[in-house]
Design a protein around this ligand. Sequence first.
Ligand code: BES
Ligand code: ZN
Length: 870
Amino acid sequence: MTEKIACLLPENVKPVKYHLWLAPNLKTFTFEGVLSIDIEIKEPTNTITLHADDLVVKGYAELTQENLHLWGGVSYDKERQIIILSYKDALLPGLATLKLNFTGQINDQLYGFYRSKYNLPNGEERYIATTQCEAIDARRIFPCWDEPASKAVIEVVVRIPKELVAISNMPIVKEDLLSGDLSLLKEVAFAPTPPMSTYLFAMMVGEFEWVEAHTNSGILVRVCTTPGKKDLGNFALDQAVKTLEFYTEYFGVPYPLPKLDLVAIPDFAAGAMENWGADTFRETTLLIDPRNSSAAAEERVVEVVDHELAHQWHGNLVTMRWWDSLWLNEGFASWMELIACKRIHPDWKPEDRFIAEDFLSALNADALKSSRPVQVTINNPHEINESFDAIAYSKGASMIRMLENFLGPEVFRRGLGRYMRNHAYSNTDPRDLWDSLELESIKPVRAMMDTWLRQTGYPVIHVKREHKNGQMKLELSQERFLYEKNFETSENSLWNIPVGITTETNNTRAFLLLDTKKTEVDTSLFPVVPNQSEWIKLNAAHTGFFRVNYEPEELLKFRPVVMGHKLPVADRIELCDDAYALTRAGHYSADLLLDFFSGYKNEMELPVWQVLLSRMNGIRLLISHEPYVKLFESFVRDLTRPIAKSVGWVEAVHEGHQLKILRGMVLRTLGEAGEKEIIEEAQKRFEAFLKDHDSLNPNLRGAVYGIVASVGDETTYEAICDLYKKEILQEEQLRLLGALTDFQNPDLLAKTLKFFIGGEVRSQDVYLVLRSIATNPAGRDLTWQFVKENWETFRMMYEDGKLLGRVIEAVCKPLASFADVADVRSFFETHPVPDAKRTIEQSLESIRINAKWLERDRSVFASWLTGPKS
Ligand code: BES
Ligand code: ZN
C-alpha cells in the first residue's frame, strides 16, 4: 500500500541510529545541532534524501564508509521538506555514518522545537524550550527519516545552562559540567532509546520541578511542572501509576522503558502528546489544584493521562506503518481510556460518558458527505495533519468497542496481547491486528471490519412495523445516513450490522445480523411477540454504529418510558441524539422532536443531560434570529427547572462525581435561559467570590461566571477580565475566558474578540474560546466577521498550520444561512488553507445543512412553541 504515496522518502537508505547533540539557546531562541547517523545503504546510490525543514545545514554532509570519507553537497527542497545530499562517487550497499551540522530556531508556533512562556511565582517572565514532533515536525529539530516506519535508536546529548533541567525520552546517564568559557554550561547525556519513530522524540529544557513515585514493577513515574506548581501534579501522578500498572496487566506486556515523565507545558497546541517516556501535556490536562479544580477537570486529566499512557504501547511500541492507519493509534488510545476508567473509576460510569462524547461525536461528524473513511489515503503532508479528526479518534474508538463487544472482552484482550508481542518495536497495518484477533477468536474479523473501515459514513436502519390479525411484521432496511439527503452519487454502501433488539416484554437482547439492504425480522426471535402498544428498541445498549429511524408513532412510544426512566441511560442518550439527527436530516419534523424532548423533564443522569442540553443549544442557535426565540428559552426553562430544583446549589460532603458536574451544567443552562431566581443567586455568589475566592465551589464557578456574564454589563466585564489577568491556574483562566464569551452586549463581545488576539491570551486557548463565542447567538456573526477582518493575525498566530483548521471549524460551523455558505466559500477561495481543505468542505456542508433545516422547520418551531404543550 505504501508504494502509492508520492511524499514518501526513497527506500535506498535507512537510519539505524541517530547520535544527536543539541545546544538550545534560550536567550536568542536558536539552537545548534550536531548529528551523526548510522545508516544502512541498501543499494548503490549517489544521493541520500532525508527530511529537514527550517534547518540550515552548515558545510558538507560527511559520509564515512569503512576507511572512506566522502563529502556531499546539500540541496534543499522546501516544498517537500527534504534535503538531498549528493555524492560524486556512488555509495555502496552496507553500513555507513553520516555527519551533519545544523542550526535552527526555537520558534513560538507550538510545533517543532518551540518556546513556551511562564512566570515565576514572583512574576518574573521565563521560557522553556520544548518539542512537539507529531505528526511531521521532528524534521524541524534534526534532519531525519521522519516517517513512522523508519524506526531507529536515538541517543541524545544536550548542552544547557547549569541551573536548568533537561527531560527526554530516556533517563539521564551522565551530566558533565563544562569549564573555561563554557563554565556556565553542562552537557546532559541520555540513554539510547529502543528503535522508535521520530514523531515520538522529546526534549524539554527549563526550570522543572516534580513529584515522583514508582509502579509495582519499579518504573519511575514523575509529573514535572514549571516552578511553584509541582504539588498540582499529585493527582495525575497517582492516576498515572495506577494506569501504568493496569495496562501492563491488560496487555500482558511490560512498559518498555525504565521511566515515564509527564510534563506540563504552559503553551501547548493539542491536549497532550505521547512522546515515548516523556509525555507532554497542557497544564489543564495534567494539573489539579484541590482547592480550585472542578470534578470535570479531574475527569479530563484522567482521560488524557489514560489516553497518552495507552499510546506507550499502542503507537509507541507498535506503530502504524503509515498515517493512513492513524486510527490504529488514536482510535485505540481513545478506546483504552474507557477500559482504564471502567477499572479505576467505575463510579464515574465511563461507558455512558463514552457514548455521550466519542460515540456521538463520531456519528455526527460521519453524517457529512464530506466525511472520510477511517482508513484513509494520504496524498500529501497537509492531509496528514488533517487526519487527526473525529473519524480517527472517535469513530476509530467506536469501531474497536463494537468489535470488542462482538468478540467478547477476554478474547479481545488476548488477541491484543498477541498483536503487541508479535509486532513490538515495529510497524503494522490493520490486517496485522485482524490476523491476531482472528487467531484468538476464530471469527471473520476482517470481513466484518472492512465494511466499517473502508466505507465512508454509517447506516441508518429504517424500521417498519405492522400488526395484522394478531401477527406482527417487522421490516428493517439500511441506507447511508446523511444530514443532507438527495445528493447525486451512486450510494450503494452496505454494512454488516449486528443489531441488538429489546422489547417492552423481552428485556434480554435478541440479535440479528443485517447484511442486506432489507430484511424481515423473524418474530420467533422474541420469546413473547410484542403487541401493538409495546415499544421495540433497536441498538439496545448502544454498541452498534448506526442510527435508527422509527416511524413517529413508534418513537413516541418511548416518551413515557424515558419519563419513567425505564430504559437504560445509554438508550435514553441514543433516542435523544437520533431524534435530533433525524430531524436535522429532514426525516422527522421539528414538532415531533420537541414533543419527544419534553419527555426528558424527569431526567436525572449527567450523560443524558449533557447530550440533551447540547442538542437544545443547537436548536437555540439555529433559531436565534427568529422572532420566537424567547419562547424557546421559556421551553428550556420548563425543561430544566425540575432537575435544577432537585440538585440545588449546595454540594453535599461526599457527593457522587457525576452529580457534581451535573449541578453546574443545569444551573448554568437555566440561568442563561433567563430564570430570575437563578440569576440572582449567581450574582450573590459572584459578589461573595470577589471578596473571598474560597467561598465558591470550583464545580459551580463556570456556571456562576457564565450566568453573571450573560446578564452582565461593563462593570461585570471588567471584573472578570481583571480576574483573568491575575489568575495563574490555567483551568481557572479558561473558565474566565469562557465567561467573556457569554455577554449579550455586542460591544462587549467585540471587546472580547480583540482581547483574544491582543497578546494576553495564549494562542493555545484562542481557538478554544472562539468556539464558545461563535456558539453564543449574540456573538456568532460578529465572530465570523472578526475572523475575516483579522485573518492575517490568525494566519500568523497558527502559521497556516492545523490549528487554523480548528479556528475555521469553530467559527463557521455554527453559521446557518445560504448567504453564509456563499460568503465562507468565496472567502476561502481567495484565502486557501491547504491544511484545512476538508475542514472547509465540512464547514460549508454544515452551514448548508443548518440553512436547509431552518428553512424547512422555521414555522413548525414557531407553531409548536406558541401552542399548548403536553
Ligand atoms: N497524539 C495526540 C496528540 C497530537 C494530536 C499530536 C494531533 C499531533 C497532532 C495525542 O495522543 C492526543 O490524541 N491527544 C488528545 C487528547 C486525548 C485525550 C483525545 C488531544 O490532544 O486532544
Ligand atoms: Zn492520541
